[in-house]
Design a protein around this ligand. Sequence first.
Ligand code: G1P
Length: 301
Amino acid sequence: MAGTRTRTVTKAVVTVAGLGTRFLPATKATPKEMLPVVDKPAIQYVVEEAVAAGLDDVLLVTGRNKNAIENHFDRNWELENALEAKGDHERLARVRESSVTADLHYTRQGDPRGLGHAVLCAARHVGQQPFVVLLGDDLIDPRDPLLETMLDVHARHGGSVVALMQVPRDQIHLYGCAAASPTDEADVVRIDDLVEKPDADRAPSDLAIIGRYLLAPGVFDVLRATDPGRGGEIQLTDALRTMARSGEHGPVHGVVFRGRRYDTGDRLDYLKTVVSLAVERDDLGPQFRGWLRTFVAELPA
Ligand code: G1P
């Protein structure tokens, strides 16, 4: 399916402007997106996910204190030369891996006025094409492709597509929540309404928006006209709600994701991410699994 898709979507916008206060003091001088997940910073997984889905023009919407992200994706000649001189080709390859083969761009979100505002900062770069937004905190397991499915749904229906995941009711207040109707395709729903971070007793469903969106460019005009919402911030969820209700910029569909997603902005989830990805690694996995089995067996109840 992906091979036959007409390539109308080539740009990705990755939002990394958050302060990372849940990880203080680690994030006092280091962006939270640079925290390592095994041996790669979290943001590298996100950029690689975009590139793997064929989105090779990636704009990172950053904020203050995020210079380390730019440095990470740049070449580091000093380090490369030193490793070359030592003949350490394995580590050299790993350093070069991080200068991904995408066309990377950066823009700053001057005021932290919410996710909708961060997306609006990408308007000039994106232009009039549909584009993908990836939230830098959300890590989708590389073994469970999600963007490909969203791109396929977009190729068939146009409009916008959001990624959804069923979450326990007591978690829904942490997410944008969708009221949706089934379609004749498994795990593809039509979005009727959206609400940002509802209380559990008012949530229209248990379908949470996770951090992947494929947006019609009309979203920029809608965002410009969107008043601050929850938390006094301009919410992307509110703009999508307007679009779903009016249909003016095409339909809004949801893809219900049943794979593995990690919130690396949450400390407990971050630990789970590191363990989940480390046990599967060819190099570290066998030894780590062995140690983990013993460790778990000896854990006090
Ligand atoms: C943002 C969005 C929310 C979405 C969530 C996914 O919230 O506003 O709708 O469900 O990302 O991670 P945040 O987690 O930035 O507060």
